[in-house]
Design a protein around this ligand. Sequence first.
Ligand SMILES: [Zn+2]
Ligand SMILES: [Zn+2]
Length: 63
Amino acid sequence: MAQDQYRCEECGATFNSQAALEQHNRTTHSRFTCEACGQTFSSERELEEHNTQMHPEMNKTPR
Ligand SMILES: [Zn+2]
Ligand SMILES: [Zn+2]
């Protein structure tokens, strides 16, 4: 079984699907996930910064 291609960089746990890894990150490490591209961040600030730089369109709050 050499199919642990999805590895958690935080604790080294391995998963057989990206969905499982993302779920693990959210539940175990309380990660913040960018809903636009799926990238994860360890703090809300990082996620906001990422959104500002990578998804400027999304940053315009429609209000
Ligand atoms: Zn982990
Ligand atoms: Zn993103």
